[in-house]
Design a protein around this ligand. Structure first.
Ligand code: CA
Length: 435
């Protein structure tokens, strides 16, 4: 693309930045040294302190309201304000940080009080997560996993009618960079009829889109699909770590429990719907013969532009690779276009029975695999249930994760004529079990 299509910033590193140009401006929570966590905005190689900017009187009206709400140690209050103030803050920041900003000198005079190098920041969970729900809208994942259990009938009859999900655990959602300990649990060895207890031997990741809920609803008052997108504050990456052997033994009849509740990692930046707008797309048409969604799940505008074209990548960095100075190896490159249900359909379905959603609730999309093996978003799929190890450029093999392995997820949007934007990373290293 040509540079003339981009917004130019006086923060030089923002210009052409692969993740955080002026078109992105994701919010997060950061701290420096021993200071308290506070809200900030990623721009190039810096984090802009919203508190410092607000104190300097840089914002007016709704933008000032939003900056104030996003100044503290979590973004819940900012999420609760909804789309109007969020857009106002974004527009104000694009002007303030733009190359023709009239505030440029005043802002530069604030130095690192205003713009902190990202490399000097610790990034935190962006919000207090009240409730976490994990969906299952990646149809290729559902097919692939279903095939392992039911080769002739991989998708259960409800899949194309209901956005399948379950209520997960909020307390162990952690920010990228947090080490994750291999869980212990009950497993049933093949051919055995008595379970054993010990460290999971089939530890896996799941490549998912995370969805931060903004304005909520009252109990008993469903969110109509036409308004559902307005209730989304933004998006992140989510690694839904999964202990497959624990899951296989425990999941019937109520679904996953300890196999999923020990950790879910999220990327620290909240990418807004406004930043993603150039990469919005029509929901891919359903194959011939598939049912139409029920009316409460169908909105023509959502079908026309409620899906996203976001590249999702998962990489593996083993302890041996780190020791040999080898780079992380890409295991899969997928895309959010493989979602059978849109985000608005998830929100509408979640609330249609009267469930109350609150600012800072988090949804996972479910594993987003593509149709090809190099697009599979979990090792369960990439190794065909652990039967075909993947070869690594270190000479190692993997069926499932080993202690010391680091899982790295990235997301990026690219389109002809548009500057690319990225989500930043969601990474976590696996620690040995305590046993
Ligand atoms: Ca999942």
């Amino acid at each position: 693309m040509t540079a003339s299509n981009c917004l130019r910033s006086w923060v030089e590193s923002a210009n052409g930045h692969p993740d955080f140009p002026l078109e992105n401006l994701p919010l997060g929570v950061f701290s420096r040294d021993d200071q308290a966590p506070q809200g900030g905005v990623a721009v190039g190689d810096f984090v802009l302190s919203l508190r410092s900017a607000a104190c300097a009187g840089l914002f007016q009206g709704e933008a000032a309201l939003a900056a104030q709400a996003a100044s503290g140690a979590s973004l819940n209050d900012f999420f609760a304000l909804g789309a109007g103030p969020r857009r106002a803050l974004r527009q104000a920041l694009q002007v303030l940080l733009g190359e023709h900003s009239q505030q440029r000198e005043a802002m530069q005079a604030l130095g690192e009080t205003l713009l902190v190098p990202i490399s000097a920041c610790r990034l935190h969970l962006p919000a207090r997560v009240g409730d976490y729900t994990d969906f299952y809208v990646g149809i290729h994942h559902a097919n692939n996993v279903g095939k392992l259990f039911r080769p002739d009938n991989p998708l259960l009859p409800n899949y194309k009618h209901v956005p399948i999900g379950y209520h997960g655990r909020a307390s162990t959602i952690c920010v990228s960079g947090t080490p994750v300990r291999r869980p212990c649990g009950q497993t049933l060895a093949p051919g055995s009829d008595m379970p054993q207890f010990g460290p999971s031997k089939r530890l896996d990741y799941e490549l998912e889109l995370g969805i931060w809920i903004g304005q909520g609803n009252e109990m008993g008052e469903p969110i109509a699909i036409e308004r559902a997108a307005q209730h989304v504050a933004g998006f992140c990456l989510l690694n839904d770590w999964s202990a497959r052997d624990v899951q296989a033994w425990e999941y019937q009849p109520l679904g996953p429990f300890l196999s999923k509740n020990f950790a879910s990692s999220v990327s620290p930046w909240v990418v807004s719907a406004e930043a993603l707008q150039p990469f919005a797309m029509a929901q891919p048409p359903r194959p011939a013969g598939d049912p139409q969604p029920l009316p409460y799940l169908f909105d023509a505008r959502d079908q026309a532009g409620g899906a996203f074209d976001i590249e999702l990548e998962v990489l593996l960095l083993t302890a041996a690779m780190r020791e040999q100075g080898l780079p992380a190896q890409r295991i899969a490159l997928s895309n959010t276009r493989h979602m059978y249900w849109t985000v608005a359909q998830m929100v509408a379905h979640h609330s249609v029975g009267g469930c109350k959603l609150q600012p800072g609730d988090l949804f996972g999309s479910g594993t987003l695999s593509g149709p090809q093996p190099d697009q599979f978003g979990s090792l369960l799929e990439s190794t065909f249930g652990g039967k075909q190890p993947i070869e690594l450029h270190s000479g190692e093999q993997r069926t499932f994760l080993e202690d010391g392995d680091e899982v790295i997820m990235r997301a990026r949007c690219r389109k002809e004529g548009q500057p690319s934007i990225g989500f930043g990373e969601c990474r976590g290293v696996l620690l040995p079990a305590k046993y």
